[in-house]
Design a protein around this ligand. Structure first.
Ligand code: PMT
Length: 397
């Protein structure tokens, strides 16, 4: 995702400085070369040795008598592909807005021409202070990318908006800034997770889908500039920049998919939708002493088939096929029966493939092209291949 990119990671003096270590690790996992800079304030919260150990280079802190070069800020700034400041304190934000260059980080921010991602973290009262609000607005107007803080527990046990965004979101933001923007201007709705069909007030018929593959597709599309809606039964962290609509049953998923499909260019059904559900779920909890219940099932609506039939001109409909045998022929049958533009087939009986795994192996089947096999890879790499094909299809429209 960030192969070969040189990313300066600026860390300032907030309690969330320790999370910079996780941001650095994730950036490196995504292929980046991380050049760490810590301010004096950051060093009050985090030892330089810790970040040096988990970055690509030792931490730099000094503007003067810098061991590596006499003018470190220009060297670092000119060689950067991106600068990420995480956490960014109110002080750093104000200095950056004013163009004050008082230390290595603020000098580097002025010396670079690379894009900048600022990840604020502070107490809610500070985040809401008019001067911070104005400083953030000015930075945004100048094209600085702001990864908003989240709601939650703050230092001192307070609760409010001001927590540093989670490291995964920060990395997604970096990927979005640096990555291909070939989905810019498109809208995509992705379903994810397994539906849960009620038997009674507490019991459900479910399946083993975790939602990981659908979330990976949503995250990949968002990182490439798409406007993304996720209709999900899973409770995974929302990918950066993705709107999540929570559902549980096939009926609820049908409603949300049909509602969102009306104004989305691309539809991807990665969810494991139950094929059958109890005709009449019991209102309360079925009593054990009443013995095993007779449960009559009925088919659920085939959401994907209905979306395929109602497809708008230019809309792209993508389905999945969870198979355990005759992968290609079963997937091809679904492709034509449901009038799809692409179906992603996975042999869910194979090791480390499909339900619940972090990896997947798929075959991409289209009506007008040879099938493409993606060998066992991370679900994010599979998502990248899926979005690549979707971009190809869209560019042909
Ligand atoms: O969620 P993970 O743990 O990451 O696992 C990923 C996955 C294995 C769930 C995913 O890769 C996958 O295969 N999803 C589709 C599972 C499924 O329901 O496949 P299917 O062959 O039964 O259904 C075919 C297609 O019709 C699917 O796009 C499905 O979303 C859709 N469908 C099925 C039934 C139904 N009533 N309505 C539908 O829209």
């Amino acid at each position: 995702m960030l192969e070969g990119k040189r990313i300066v990671l600026g860390v300032t003096g907030g309690i969330a400085a320790y999370k910079a270590v996780e941001v650095s690790r994730r950036l490196i996992d995504a292929g980046a070369h991380v050049v760490p800079i810590m301010t004096a304030g950051a060093q009050k919260f985090l030892g330089t040795a810790t970040l040096s150990a988990l970055a690509s280079e030792p931490v730099q802190t000094e503007l003067w008598n810098n061991a590596t070069t006499p003018i470190p800020h220009t060297k670092i700034g000119q060689n950067a592909d991106l600068i990420v400041v995480a956490p960014a304190t109110a002080r750093l934000i104000a200095a950056y807005r004013m163009g004050l260059s008082t230390d290595l980080l603020t000098n580097t921010l002025l010396a670079t021409r690379a894009p900048v991602v600022v990840c604020p973290a502070m107490h809610a009262e500070m985040w809401e202070h008019p001067s911070v609000v104005e400083n953030i607005a000015v930075l945004r107007e100048r094209g600085v990318h702001i990864v908003e803080p989240t709601e939650g527990r703050l230092a001192g046990g307070d609760i409010g908006k001001g927590r540093l965004a989670d490291p995964a979101s920060i990395v997604e933001a970096a990927a979005r800034v640096l990555g291909p923007n070939d989905m810019e201007g498109t809208s995509i709705v992705v379903s994810a997770g397994g539906t849960r069909e009620p038997i009674d007030a507490v019991r459900v018929i479910a399946n083993r889908s975790s939602g990981k593959q659908g979330y990976a597709i949503a995250a990949e599309a968002a990182s490439r500039g798409a406007s993304v809606t996720l209709v999900s039964t899973a409770s995974l962290p929302a990918p950066y920049g993705v709107k999540v609509l929570q559902v549980e049953t096939a009926a609820e998923m049908k409603v949300q998919m049909e509602r969102t499909a009306a104004d989305h260019d691309i539809i991807v059904m990665a969810a494991a939708v139950a094929d059958f559900r109890p005709v009449k779920p019991a209102g309360g909890k079925l009593k054990k002493h009443a013995g095993p219940p007779e449960i009559t099932l009925e088919p659920t609506p085939d959401i994907l088939a209905e979306l395929g039939s109602a497809k708008r001109e230019g809309q792209i409909i993508v389905g999945f096929a969870a198979e355990t045998d005759d992968l290609l022929s079963n997937a091809s049958k679904k492709l034509s029966a449901k009038k799809l533009d692409l179906i992603i087939a996975n042999d869910v009986s194979a090791s480390r493939v499909g339900f619940g795994h972090d990896t997947n192996a798929v075959t991409l089947v289209r009506p007008d092209a040879e099938p493409v096999e993606i060998d066992l890879a991370s679900k994010r790499d599979v998502a990248r291949a899926v979005i690549d094909v979707i971009v190809t299809i869209r560019n042909r429209h």
